[in-house]
Each structure stands twice: as structure tokens, then as C-alpha cells.
Design a protein around this ligand. Structure first.
Ligand code: NAP
Length: 275
């Protein structure tokens, strides 16, 4: 049985049935072992959520969950999850299903940046930043509750304005389907990441925004809200020390997606932005 450790009750293991009884909602955050994802986990755990701390490295995930339990007194558990691996997503789905855990908020936060700048990093960037959220969303969808939220962490670098005219039109076309988007992104990777007017990171996030809109439409019948939230330029390993925003401020911008009643939008600091 997959359980949440509760530091609040000495040696008590909170059974999953307690989660299902409406006592607490469950959030799963990818890439939550450091940076913005870790801070989102901290905020949600502090607000009483049961938090699954996604990390592709098991030890880093367990260390983060320990740290956050200590900081917040909340219920957090590490989940080994590499968003680029079908097998990893399937293993998590099995674990959650066996533990009768359902997800009330999925935060697709894991992302990479530097790889976009080298040619052989194009595939990895698209695989992580775009196909990662898609893979995790579809793989865990049977475990996502009706009425849940899915938050895709995007970037201002994915603004349509950064793309050339043809690809701007392509991604903003309301008739664009998920399959067509995936096919275009495979073409982009095969083309070495050239020809869209910006680098693979920007394209990955522009495509993530389009995917967000598409998934919001697909999942509306289940009242699952799907939004993209941009943290702004944040002082993390990715953003660097010169970034203007604290990790707390960036994470707050992301957490908006967890609780908003909106769907299909791109937001920064709670305001809809036209990316
Ligand atoms: P970060 O400090 O570099 O952390 C990235 C996180 O993603 C780490 O936990 C990393 O895990 C994880 N990750 C990378 N590849 C993964 C994979 N294949 N599977 C699972 N986890 C993976 O970055 P951050 O600044 O917190 O960024 C978080 C999100 O915000 C990203 O989507 C990023 O694009 C977006 N964003 C950031 C900024 C900014 O200024 N920082 C601005 C706009 C958008 P490891 O520790 O194992 O590497």
C-alpha cells in the first residue's frame, strides 16, 4: 500500500483511504526535487495538500520530500518519475492505482533549458518540455479526478511573437489537433530545430501553450481545467543568480494554476497573458 508519512502524528502512516475520504487533496508535481517545483510542493504541503514529489532521481526526491516534511510539517512523498520515459510514467501510474491514490492537481513543472542551445539537445528539449507533460498527463489521466487541475509550467520565451509568421499561425490555429501538433514537433526535431524563428526551448514552450489549449478542450467534459502558468524569470539553477524574481514569487505564479477556475489559458502572476 502506497502511503503518506505524516510527521504530525508520531509513527503514524496515513492510509490512502484517508486521502480518498476528502480529508486532503493530492497534488503531483514533476521535477519537484529542486527549484520552482520544490517550492510549489512546499506551498501546497503547507496548505494541507498531500504532495507527491516527482523526481527523476529517487534519492534526490526522497531528500526533497524529507526536507519539505521538516519545513512544513505536511504530508509529502517522493515519487520516482522521469518525464521522458514511458516506463517511468507507467510505473508511477501502477503505484498510484495500487495505492488507490487519485490526483486532484497535476503540475507539469519539469523542464530543461540549456540543451536547447546545442543541436543534439533539440530532441531532448522537446522530449522533456513538451512530450514530457503530454506523456505524464495521458499516462496518469485515469488517476486524475474529474474536476482536477492540470498546470503546465511555461515560459515567456514561448511567446508566439518569437516565432516566425507561419508557425505562429500554426500554433494559434483553434483547429490544431493534438496529433497534428505532435507530428509538427517530430518534424521540428527531425529538422534539427531550425526554421521556427526561435530555439528549441522557445518552441517547446510555445507548443506547450498550444497543447494546453487543446487538452483543455479535450478534458472539459470531465471538468478538468488545464492551464499554462509562467513563473517569470526566477532565481533557480535554470534562471541563474541574476534573475529578478525569488523562487517564492515564481512558484506563486505557478500555484495559481492549481486553484483557478479558468481553463485553457496562459497566465503569469494570476493574469492572463497573450502568449
Ligand atoms: P531547475 O531549477 O533547473 O529545475 C528543473 C527541474 O526539472 C529539476 O527538478 C529537474 O530534475 C527536473 N527535470 C528535468 N528533466 C527531467 C526529467 N526528464 N524528468 C523529471 N524531472 C526532470 O528549473 P526551474 O527554474 O525550477 O524550472 C522549473 C520550470 O519552470 C521549467 O519547466 C522551466 O522551463 C520553467 N521556467 C523557469 C524559469 C526560470 O527563470 N527559472 C522561467 C520560465 C519558465 P533534476 O534535478 O533531476 O535535474
Amino acid at each position: 500500500m502506497y502511503t503518506f508519512d505524516s510527521p504530525k502524528v508520531y509513527k503514524c502512516r496515513v492510509k490512502i483511504e484517508a486521502v480518498d475520504s476528502g480529508v486532503a487533496k493530492t497534488a503531483l508535481i514533476t521535477g519537484a526535487n529542486r527549484g520552482i517545483g520544490q517550492q510549489v510542493a512546499r506551498v501546497l504541503a503547507g496548505d494541507g495538500w498531500d504532495v507527491l514529489v516527482g523526481s527523476r532521481d529517487r534519492q534526490n526526491g526522497e531528500a526533497a520530500a524529507r526536507r519539505l516534511r521538516k519545513d512544513t510539517g505536511g504530508r509529502l512523498k517522493a515519487v520516482e518519475l522521469d518525464v521522458t520515459s514511458d516506463a517511468s510514467v507507467a510505473a508511477v501510474a501502477t503505484k498510484l492505482r495500487d495505492g488507490a491514490i487519485r490526483i486532484d492537481a497535476l503540475v507539469n513543472n519539469a523542464g530543461i533549458y540549456g540543451d536547447a542551445r546545442v543541436r543534439d539537445g533539440v530532441a531532448r528539449t522537446i522530449e522533456t518540455n513538451l512530450f514530457g507533460p503530454l506523456r505524464v498527463t495521458l499516462g496518469l489521466l485515469p488517476l486524475v479526478r474529474d474536476g482536477a487541475t492540470i498546470t503546465n509550467v511555461t515560459s515567456g520565451l514561448g511567446a508566439l511573437a518569437n516565432l516566425d509568421e507561419a508557425h505562429r499561425r500554426l500554433l494559434s490555429d483553434p483547429a490544431l489537433t493534438r496529433d497534428a501538433l505532435v507530428a509538427h514537433m517530430h518534424d521540428f526535431v527531425r529538422g534539427g530545430g531550425e526554421g521556427w524563428g526561435t530555439d528549441a526551448y522557445g518552441v517547446s514552450k510555445a507548443a506547450l501553450n498550444a497543447l494546453t489549449r487543446i487538452l483543455a478542450g479535450e478534458l472539459a467534459p470531465r471538468h478538468i481545467r488545464v492551464n499554462a502558468t509562467c513563473p517569470g524569470w526566477v532565481r533557480t539553477d535554470m534562471g541563474g543568480r541574476g534573475a529578478p524574481l525569488s523562487v517564492e514569487r515564481g512558484a506563486a505564479s505557478v500555484v495559481f494554476g492549481v486553484t483557478t477556475t479558468e481553463t485553457g489559458g496562459v497566465f503569469r502572476h494570476g493574469a492572463r497573458i497573450g502568449l
